[in-house]
Design a protein around this ligand. Structure first.
Ligand code: NAD
Ligand code: DAU
Length: 331
């Protein structure tokens, strides 16, 4: 297959491109705007005869039309992805997540190209800490932030384009990813690179918020499974039973990096901060036979710490500006 992967220079998109090259014969064309979150170096070392790179905007109809016409399937990762940024300036989230997705869907419709839309568990809002239920494909949408509301909007566009125009699309909603190539604005790599730089990790509020961690490589294998076996028009939730509260994660990072477990600061909480996400991925496992490979968070986190230690040249250029942004908000 010829895959068009949008956002393939970002965190999860680049992990997906590496996974596809390693596990399939597919050819990949990456379409990425290279915003502050995109990094061409995340695709270094991949064979040129398997991976092509185009710098461009998913909201640019002319570029998108040419690339979609030439693809067998689109795997759509590109997005503005960071909640804290969406609270600061929501506009780019509307432009990319809504208009960009619309632009891609129109091209997929024109050329009858298979479309897989990457989305997030945040579209379902949040859960109480003691809620025995987890998110399923039937949970009503209830997004909290400008980021998650634009992702919810983009999911609904995909559903409408399937029903109204017969676009051959599937959607997946995944929980929090960790692993290599994640921008250091995000929780886990921010704390790892803080420790490397001698800065104390920063925990929002009390740190009792729960995220359901999955390794990015398991997200990639799930997406490939849905692309190959998923039923058109359906949504699949992706998760690996990885619930952890933020306090435990910070303490584990400190322990794995040889620091006292309490060597962190509590800082200003995120406005509207979702309390807990938790995914029930039964459908993906039973209907499509997918299973996660990374079941031990401690060893997955230790390998991620090693990656950031070994790849300082990849993240160092963004560190000062990222910390200056957080400092301006008391975080
Ligand atoms: P990221 O911010 O690391 O990467 C986003 C990529 O998209 C970057 O390479 C950026 O340059 C590119 N991009 C942004 N705007 C663009 C535009 N207008 N045109 C073309 N390219 C553009 O994000 P990520 O964490 O890798 O997330 C990827 C996708 O996965 C997003 O759709 C996100 O909603 C979803 N998701 C993320 C997580 C997570 O834990 N990070 C979990 C579930 C779902
Ligand atoms: O659930 C999937 C979502 O996970 C994706 O849709 C988003 O694209 C992705 O960014 C992520 O969203 P979160 O807001 O959960 O991730 P973030 O890494 O920003 O924060 C994770 C948790 O850690 C959250 O409860 C806020 C907290 N936090 C974050 C930072 C940056 C801290 O306590 N300290 C920090 O410095």
């Amino acid at each position: 297959m010829r895959l068009l992967v949008t956002g393939g220079a970002g965190f999860i998109g680049s992990n997906f491109v590496h996974h596809v090259v390693e596990h399939t014969d597919h050819h990949v064309t990456v379409l990425d705007k290279l915003t502050y979150a995109g990094n061409r170096a995340s695709l270094d070392g991949l064979p040129e005869d398997r991976v092509a790179f185009v710098q461009g905007d998913i909201a640019d109809a002319a570029v998108v039309d040419t690339l979609v016409a030439d693809a067998d399937a689109v795997v759509h990762y590109a997005a503005e992805s960071h909640n804290d940024n969406s609270l600061d300036d929501p506009r780019p989230f509307l432009d990319t997540n809504i208009i960009g997705t619309y632009t891609l869907l129109e091209a997929a419709r024109r050329h009858d190209v298979r479309f897989h839309h990457i989305s997030t568990d945040e579209v379902y809002g949040d859960l109480e800490l003691d809620d025995p239920e987890r998110f399923t494909e039937k949970t009503p949408y209830n997004p909290s932030s400008p980021y998650s509301s634009t992702k919810a909007g983009s999911d609904l566009l995909v559903r409408a384009w399937v029903r109204s125009f017969g676009v051959r699309a599937t959607i997946s909603n995944c929980s929090n990813n960790y692993g290599p190539y994640q921008h250091i604005e995000k929780f886990i790599p921010r704390q790892i690179t803080n420790v490397i730089r001698g800065i104390r990790p920063k925990l929002y509020g009390k740190g009792e918020n729960v995220r359901d961690w999955i390794h990015a490589d398991d997200h990639s294998s799930a997406v490939l499974t849905i692309l190959e076996k998923g039923e058109i028009g359906q949504t699949y939730l992706i998760g690996a039973d990885g619930e952890q509260n933020n306090k435990d994660v910070v303490e584990l990072i400190l322990e794995l990096m040889g620091q006292p477990r309490d060597a962190y600061d509590h800082v200003a909480d995120r406005p509207g901060h979702d309390l807990r996400y938790a995914i029930d991925s039964t459908r993906l496992r039973t209907e499509l036979g997918w299973q996660p490979k990374y079941r031990d968070f401690r060893s997955g986190l230790a390998a991620t710490i090693e990656w950031y230690r070994d790849n300082e040249a990849w993240w160092a250029p963004a560190k000062d500006a990222t910390e200056a942004f957080y400092a301006s908000k008391g975080q």
